[in-house]
Design a protein around this ligand. Structure first.
Ligand SMILES: [Mg+2]
Length: 187
């Protein structure tokens, strides 16, 4: 076996809003960032299972002028600190600030990074030497699942309210990140 290929790492890609925190729409203040129950425990379990944690989040609120890159950075620094304190450090957090129709100025463009495009996942692959065929993604929108499928991750898990049956290309529909990780590490 190729020596490099053998050393490749795997990642659990995480959407942010609706997976890590309650999605109130364009969350950009610490006081509005409410972690969903069980998130840290799930992330510790994924790390123990050999997964690097990589957040991939569309943040068109920046491009739409609803909040600034600086506000986004302050919140993200705080989120990363919380994960570190909980023993589940994030390897990286990628975001895409654009929107093809509603972005202002330079933010109004088609971006290869905005999900469902797989750009953020591919950047992480190149940076960390990830084996995407051993990696997985969790999201609460079909665009997350499509980004994962297009990048070639092994497993895609859709978070949806219990008792719903969304049409999806995901491997499994789960009620939470906790349930997604339980399913993933049991495989
Ligand atoms: Mg989401």
């Amino acid at each position: 076996m190729d020596k490099l290929a053998k050393n490749l790492d795997k990642a659990l890609f995480l959407d942010r809003d609706g997976v890590i925190n309650v999605d109130y729409g364009f969350v950009h203040r610490i006081e509005d960032f409410h972690f969903i129950d069980g998130v840290f425990e799930a992330c510790r379990k994924a790390v123990a299972g050999g997964y690097r944690l990589v957040v991939v989040t569309n943040q068109s609120g920046i491009g739409r002028g609803l909040f600034t890159e600086d506000e986004y950075r302050v919140l993200t620094d705080w989120i990363e600190t919380r994960f570190r304190a909980e023993g589940a450090s994030l390897a990286a957090v990628y975001h895409d600030p654009t929107h093809a129709e509603l972005g202002r100025g330079d933010y109004r463009r088609v971006s290869a990074d905005r999900k469902p495009s797989p750009g953020m996942l591919l950047k992480a692959r190149d940076r960390f030497g990830l084996d995407l065929a051993r990696s997985a993604i969790v999201g609460d929108r079909e665009t997350d699942i499509i980004a994962g499928r297009t990048a070639g991750v092994a497993h895609a898990m859709l978070v949806a309210p219990p008792d719903t049956t969304p049409a999806t290309a995901a491997d499994i529909v789960v009620p939470s990140l906790r349930a997604a990780v339980d399913w993933l590490v049991a495989r």
